[in-house]
Design a protein around this ligand. Structure first.
Ligand code: GLC
Length: 596
């Protein structure tokens, strides 16, 4: 009997584990699906609308609401994940009446719109998008349509959106409103909300749309002066005709405003990528990445994992370098103050932008279409801005495959007038010699004047002095599956990868690479998987190496061995998964480092 009890207990544990994994994956899939399809390119007729977005390239996102008052600490328990979902069943699962009653204690007396607009200005941001109503249904402005708002339901009694609109105008910033048009967890008929009215009538989404959503979109597009963007989110299954009507309301009341990509049905003006996703390859059309200064959109008391100024600049330059806009979020506390370390890191990054505004504003995508081992590039006409995030040893900056002639290269920011830098081209590579002493300590910047707009050979160059990471995303794949994968670290904290997995016998991921410096290179692979795996790395017509390494469920870098590129030139390198759990072995990147 004991054995039966043990087996049954094991089965129960297994079942719970499977359910937990499934639930987590289901949540992620549900959240991902709710983002809806995305429009790919701005419609030509609307192009004049996109100026602030197109040229600004950098904006402030603000998640501030009744949930900020909770800050992820509810009834003595801390919940880990995005703070604006604290009410939701996936976080603290707070009953509607209990949640609504919290409004009586929400009194953000320290809210200072001028200070927030000043911070955005100091950060180098060109507009602000703030949550006017999030999924919880609480309006952060004085809504005449529904009393569950910051003026009628709290002791605060002020309209912070009015104050922010005034402050944005004072500092010359655009103002946009986030509005959750589909989800409303506290209004009858709202997406993922209650189905019954307070007097017990069962209602549908139409009831919510007509009695709250549509009139509130009218309010936020008429009561606060010129609006730069209406940022709809998680369209989920909202009927298409409702989105069409909401877009028309925006067009009618705010003809110069953009509608975010997450309006749904491709009816937005541009594409919004997945949360916290900085793309590795250029993206066509008008698009934005939305990211946050730590790991939560709304204030979460424990979340002090702030992005450093260099990390902010790296993600900003890489977004602009891929052709897009970077909207970076802060989550003010329940008392209205901005976390001091969020403000500090934004201001430090803003000081660099103030020194080199030409790198971020009105610039275009890198001709390499991806980052380079030492950093990333933005372009304006025939000028390249090389932002150096990894300083090469002996100061040799390599540009692979640049086909356009270089007129001059100059290091910006050095106190004394910096002489032109020495530039050499060999075998299709351009080498720029940096000086030993560089005064710009945050992100050194080289301005390169070309003879014409840049043309680049798309072949991946293996850098002679820095580790070159070549992503699986750029591989030609046979006998395996190449696909993007999103997952949530903490709830709502999204990570993204394009991986090659589900290897069949003989399956391989291949890249054509260009080698300037012949010799031995150490090869590492970044992958996740189950158990020990044997990987093979092969140079067509050249050396083959293989090795067995362990694996982890996280993407981790493992050494494979040294490989020889006997002379400068083009090579085809391929990776194969030879033994172990081929289905789960998930390759993210191959790395080459010259061996002195
Ligand atoms: C997701 C979240 C939402 C957040 C948004 C920010 O849609 O559901 O809470 O406001 O991402 O991009």
């Amino acid at each position: 009997m004991a054995i039966m009890r043990r087996i049954s207990r094991t089965n129960i544990i297994l079942a719970v584990l499977v359910l937990a994994v499934t639930t987590e994956d289901t949540y992620a899939q549900e959240m991902d699906k709710m983002w809806g399809e995305q429009v790919m390119t701005l419609k030509a007729a609307d192009a004049e609308r996109g100026q602030l977005f197109e040229e600004g390239n950098y904006a402030m996102f603000i998640h501030w609401g009744l949930y900020s008052h909770i800050g992820n600490l509810y009834k003595g328990k801390t919940y880990y994940g995005i703070g604006e979902w604290i009410m939701n069943r996936r976080m603290a699962n707070i009953p509607i009446d209990e949640y609504k009653a919290l409004a009586g204690k929400f009194d953000p007396v320290k809210f200072d719109a001028d200070e927030i607009a000043r911070l955005a200005k100091d950060a180098g941001m060109k507009y602000i998008v703030i949550t006017s109503k999030h999924h919880d249904g609480f309006a952060m402005y004085h809504s005449k349509v529904n009393k569950f708002n910051i003026v009628d339901a709290t002791p605060f009694g002020r309209d912070p959106m009015k104050e922010l609109a005034k402050a944005c105008a004072k500092y010359g910033l655009g103002l946009g409103f986030y509005y959750s048009h589909n989800q409303d967890w506290t209004f009858p008929g709202g997406g993922n909300g209650p189905k019954k009215t307070e007097d017990g009538r069962t209602v549908d989404f139409k009831y919510y749309y007509e009695n709250k959503c549509r009139p509130q979109v009218e309010e936020i597009t008429t009561g606060y002066g010129p609006i730069a963007i209406v940022w709809f989110d998680t369209p989920g299954r909202i009927p298409r005709e409702y989105v069409e009507e909401l877009v028309q309301i925006v067009r009618k009341n705010q003809p110069k405003a953009l509608v975010s990509g997450r309006a749904g049905y491709g009816l937005g003006d541009y594409q919004t990528l997945g949360d916290m996703e900085v793309p590795n390859e250029n993206v066509d059309g008008m698009w934005e990445t939305v990211d946050t200064t730590n790991d939560s959109w709304a204030y979460a008391w424990y979340d002090n994992y702030w992005k450093t100024p260099r990390e902010i600049l790296h993600r900003l330059v890489s977004c602009v370098g891929r052709g897009g806009t970077y909207m970076l979020n802060i989550g003010p506390r329940g008392d209205g103050t901005v976390p001091e370390l969020a403000a500090r890191t934004l201001r430090k990054a803003g000081q660099w932008i103030k020194r080199y505004p030409q790198v971020v504003y009105g610039t275009d995508a890198s001709p390499w279409k991806h980052a380079l081992p030492w950093g990333d590039v933005t372009v304006r006409g025939s000028t390249l801005f090389l932002c150096v995030f990894e300083m090469p040893k002996d100061g040799e900056l390599y540009l692979p495959g640049l086909k356009t002639g270089v007129k001059s290269a100059r290091l910006l920011g050095n106190r004394k007038k910096q002489a032109e830098l020495e530039v050499q081209t060999t075998n299709g590579w351009t080498r720029i010699q940096l000086p030993a002493r560089i005064t710009e300590k945050v992100v050194p910047l080289v301005q390169v004047e070309l003879e014409a707009e840049p043309e680049v050979d798309p072949c991946w160059g293996i850098d002679p002095s820095l580790e070159t990471r070549v992503l699986a995303q750029f591989a030609e794949v046979t006998g395996a599956k190449q696909e993007s994968k999103k997952w949530m670290e903490k709830f709502g904290e999204w990570k993204h990868v394009v991986r090659v997995w589900q290897w069949e016998g003989g399956g391989k991921a291949s890249w054509e690479v260009d080698v300037l410096k012949a010799g031995y290179y150490s090869v590492d692979l970044t992958y996740s998987g189950e158990g020990r795996i044997v990987w093979g790395v092969n140079i067509a017509g050249g050396q083959h190496i293989q090795n067995q390494q362990n694996s982890s469920h996280n993407y981790q870098k493992f050494p494979i061995g040294w490989i020889s590129f006997p002379k400068p030139g083009r090579y085809t390198v391929s990776v194969s998964c030879l033994e172990g759990n081929l289905a789960e072995a998930s390759l993210k990147a191959i790395h080459f480092t010259f061996v002195d």
